[in-house]
Ligand binder design. Structure first.
Ligand code: KG4
Ligand code: ZN
Length: 344
């Protein structure tokens, strides 16, 4: 198969990501560029969809120019455009999809619509020590918390998922409760470092449910009740609450992941999605995995949250597997799109 230069475009939420991936010699990410909208949404305490869409319009072309100039490649060298088709915010997805499809029509090249979560799932393959199929994946982002068995490209089996809030969502909502700025996950995790262990004991939801599902909304309510009981928590009390919350959520994620590994008989665990950037989660997972002789794989730290590199990679792997390639032109985005509907 001739080498292909794949452009990847991510625009599903509040990050515009553009990347170039070369399939030559086993494949290599040439570069990626990112614009985060965090500063823009911060005043509103969360993502404002219309502002997100408008900002993607402003950012995509300059980011494309940046990756081309960084790599010394020309627009007409691109062989296919991979873009996030869903899930995500409808307007934001439409911007990336329209840009990708329009560019592909102009260049006379095909497109590869990509599932955002598949991008996250495969992102550890870009690291220096990548996992090999099959593996168990813990996918923990702002919108999803799932345990999957991954047997190959497009061969994903859902083992368990959250019944209510996603792990990232629980971090964000709890952080808001503690008066921390958006996005709450990293802020809460920073605050938890100053918290004392075991001062705040919060419930471990569904820890012993016997299945691999999660539920995090009760944990958030337990924090709310605790904050109300205190009234106005001081700095140390807020840090203790953050620590108690993080310990509870990490405990559940680690135990369920290890249970999934045990049931499957596999020895590799991949952690992907924004919450995978949480150091305490990494520390605890590494500790438990080492005891169980299991290898844990993470994306490079900067690729944990949304980016174009994972979309370019997923596009390249789909292309190589003979999947998803379509002619540019008519298109639709899929704001809601269960990963299990994806075919291999
Ligand atoms: O994967 P991602 O960038 O976007 C989605 O596809 O949702 O994940 C964003 C989520 C947010 O909820 C954010 O608060 C959380 O990941 N997050 C973290 C950390 N960094 C990002 N949660 C806990 N600890 C972190 N260090
Ligand atoms: Zn994401």
């Amino acid at each position: 198969m001739p080498a292909m230069l794949i452009l990847g475009i991510e625009s599903s939420c509040d990050e515009t990501g553009v990347a170039l991936y070369d399939t030559n010699a086993g494949g290599r990410l040439l570069t990626h560029a990112l614009h985060s909208q965090i500063a823009m949404h911060r005043d509103y305490g969360g993502v404002v969809p219309e502002l997100a869409s408008r900002d993607h319009i402003r950012r995509t072309a300059p980011l494309l120019r940046k990756v081309l100039s960084e790599t010394g490649r020309k627009l007409d060298e691109i062989d296919a455009v991979a873009y996030t088709q869903g899930p995500g915010l409808a307007g934001a997805l439409l911007v990336g999809a329209a840009f990708a499809e329009g560019l592909a029509v102009a260049l006379g090249i095909p497109v590869i619509p990509v599932h955002h979560l598949e991008g996250h799932l495969l992102s550890p393959l870009l690291s220096r020590q990548p996992p090999a199929f099959p593996f168990i994946a813990l996918l923990v982002s702002g919108g999803h918390s799932q345990l999957m068995r991954v047997d190959g490209i497009g061969r994903y089996r859902l083992l368990g998922e959250t019944l209510d809030d996603a792990a990232g969502e629980a971090f964000d909502k709890t952080a808001k409760l503690l008066g921390l700025p958006y996005p709450g996950g990293p802020a809460l995790s920073g605050m938890a470092e100053h918290g004392r262990p075991d001062i705040c004991q919060f419930p471990r939801p569904m820890l012993n449910s016997g299945d691999l599902n999660f539920s995090f909304s009760g944990l958030k309510t337990a924090v709310l009740t605790h904050v109300r009981e205190i009234g106005t928590p001081d700095e140390q009390q807020r840090a203790d609450i953050a620590r108690g919350f993080q310990d509870a959520i990490v405990d559940v994620l680690v135990k369920k992941s290890m249970r999934a590994i045990k049931h499957s008989g596999l020895t590799q665990l991949v952690v992907a999605g924004g919450v995978g950037a949480n150091w305490e989660l990494r520390r605890r997972l590494n500790e438990c995995a080492a005891k169980a002789k299991v290898s844990v794989f993470y994306p490079e730290f900067e690729l944990c949250t949304d980016n174009g590199a994972m979309i370019a990679l997923a596009g390249a792997l789909r292309f190589e597997a003979g999947l998803s390639l379509k002619s540019a032109g008519a298109f639709a985005v899929r704001p809601r799109w269960p990963l299990c509907e994806l075919t291999g």
